[in-house]
Write a protein that binds this ligand. Structure first.
Ligand SMILES: Cc1cc2nc3c(=O)[nH]c(=O)nc-3n(C[C@H](O)[C@H](O)[C@H](O)COP(=O)(O)OP(=O)(O)OC[C@H]3O[C@@H](n4cnc5c(N)ncnc54)[C@H](O)[C@@H]3O)c2cc1C
Length: 490
């Protein structure tokens, strides 16, 4: 008889874990509290606009290709991709800068800002390429259960070049003097949920992902990837039960016996929890079954939460880019207000995705689809309507000033999303948006474990365990958890 598994949650990690188990011949049921798959990447369709609710950057196309390849498929079987050029635009107080997709063009841009920096960029990227390749081959797919996983002669040889004990900030400063170039190269690590001085320089591999791997756009938005993974899971025989909220997990003799939802009870040989790790531990498991204490969680450094706005305009904007970073206020001050002295930011940096610049299908004809993201500290309270409105007015005014046009008067749809929504919709610990920060002390074996230390048949995947936050890592974490389960139960 086929083995059976329950996967809790149908975000990228849940879709991935379920598909790998189904490929191995298991009967798999996914229990999802929402009425559609995708988790943080679900779709919002309103007033003719189609928004991606969360992720908007498609980086590391190799990881997505690798994922589908393992099932005998390719991404193009499900969705089409185009590389964006410019990759993104950065607004500063004194103007904007487009980051070209082409490396030769980028070198020219660097040279125009800091003479000699194009040669430095070549060296910097060659180191970043080495780190990316080594991380993919030797680190990222490891379950993080023991230090022995990393006692590999190739890792030992590469230890010096991997530069684990320096920060991204120190590393970038070794190569470049100009603050604008430094900021540009430090930006990608913000995806990892901490500041460049807290992230090990190994993660300049993200610069390789940015500059060489490129910024891509799947037609229809990031939800096309969710849909592709969901279709694939169905082809593999995975059964999805939507609008089914898991409310508790009962165990006996260190094994899970029952998964209880608001509708039913289930039994399974293996359970893979991909909902928020802290929530599963502290709200679904009985006290004796928890690996980590509340104190442990409280000491973790969370990636930021965010204020989000989904906005539909009744006109097209002039001269805007698909991805725009508004770095026109103090980076250091905003970082302080997120990490060191958490509080509502005084004048935050923000990001805007205008997917309708690349895709006519996501807005009615002649209209623009805008998604605004303002990073804020995890665990803040007070995201009232008036607080949300205050920040919206602040950022819309800055966008209007920099792009020199009226935006507010053209709004025909607007919805906000903040910490309390992250908690309510995703059971997110401290309202986190992207899990745990990837600091050195929260990497690999130092992350919450991909296997429960108390319950033999419970595994974890998702952005709070290995390898970390982001869509590509979530796909990988599902694969890791499924492989761990297969190792022990197949
Ligand atoms: C605003 C935002 C922007 C982002 N931008 C990017 C980006 O541009 N690029 C990128 O690569 N990454 C980005 N990320 C990060 C990326 O989206 C996440 O790391 C990834 O989607 C996490 O997937 P997951 O499967 O771990 O978690 P989730 O997507 O949260 O999935 C967990 C699932 O579990 C379900 N669940 C929770 N509790 C229960 C329960 N009790 N019973 C049943 N089901 C339950 C939830 O409904 C959800 O569907 C962004 C994230 C956010 C929030």
């Amino acid at each position: 008889m086929a083995k059976n598994a329950i996967v809790i949650g149908s975000g990228f990690a849940g879709l991935s874990a379920a598909s790998f188990l189904a490929k191995a011949g298991w009967d798999v049921i996914v229990l999802e509290k929402h009425d559609s798959p995708g988790g943080r990447a679900r779709q919002l369709k309103e007033s003719g606009f189609t928004f991606d609710r969360g992720p908007s950057w498609y980086w590391m196309p190799d990881i997505f290709e690798r994922y589908f390849h393992q099932f005998g498929k390719q991404t193009s079987d499900y969705y089409s991709l185009k590389r964006l050029d410019p990759s993104y635009r950065i607004y500063k107080n004194d103007g904007s800068m487009d980051i070209p997709a082409d490396f030769t063009e980028l070198k020219k841009l660097f040279e125009s800002i800091e003479p000699g920096s194009s040669k430095q960029l070549e060296k910097f990227i060659s180191e970043a390429a080495f780190k990316y390749k080594t991380a993919m081959d030797k680190f990222v797919f490891k379950p993080g259960q023991s230090i022995a996983e990393f006692l590999d002669p190739d890792i030992m040889k590469a230890l010096f070049r991997l530069d684990l004990f320096n920060s991204v900030k120190t590393h970038v400063r070794k190569y470049f003097k100009n603050p604008r170039i430094r900021e540009l190269l430090e930006f990608p690590v913000l995806f990892l949920g901490a500041m460049p001085d807290q992230i090990p320089s190994l993660y300049t591999l993200m610069n390789y992902a940015d500059i060489v791997g490129g910024t891509w756009y799947p037609a229809g938005g990031i939800f096309s990837v969710v849909d592709a993974m969901y279709q694939l899971a169905i082809e593999l025989g995975v059964k999805f039960l939507f609008s089914e909220n898991v409310t508790s997990i009962k165990s006996s003799s260190s094994y899970i016996q029952k998964i209880i939802t608001d509708k039913n009870e289930y039994e399974a040989e293996v359970v893979i929890g991909t909902a928020d790790y802290h929530f599963i531990e502290n709200n679904l498991l009985e006290e004796n079954d928890r690996t980590y204490s509340e104190k442990y969680w409280d000491k973790r450094m969370m990636a930021p939460s965010c204020l989000l706005y989904y906005v539909g305009l009744n006109k097209k904007l002039k001269n805007i880019s698909h991805h725009s970073l508004f770095f026109d206020t103090s980076f250091d001050q905003h970082a302080l207000e997120i990490y060191k002295q958490p509080g509502w930011p005084s004048d935050p940096l923000f990001y805007v995705s205008a997917s309708s610049v690349s895709d006519d299908s996501v807005a009615p004809e002649g209209c623009e689809n805008l998604f605004f993201l303002v990073p804020v500290a995890a665990g803040l309270s007070g995201d009232s309507e008036s607080m949300r409105e205050k920040y919206f007015r602040m950022i819309i005014a800055r966008m209007e000033k920099h792009t020199n046009q009226n935006i507010e008067g053209a709004i025909i749809y607007k919805k906000s999303f903040a910490q309390t929504d992250f908690i309510q919709e995703y059971n997110a610990y401290k309202g986190n948006a992207y899990g745990l920060a990837n600091t050195l002390l929260q990497t690999a074996i130092l992350k919450p474990s991909s296997r429960s230390k108390k319950l033999y048949n419970l595994f974890y995947a998702g952005q709070l365990t290995v390898p970390g936050p982001g869509v590509p890592p979530a796909l990988i974490s599902g694969e890791i958890a499924a492989n761990e389960a297969l190792k022990l139960f197949q």
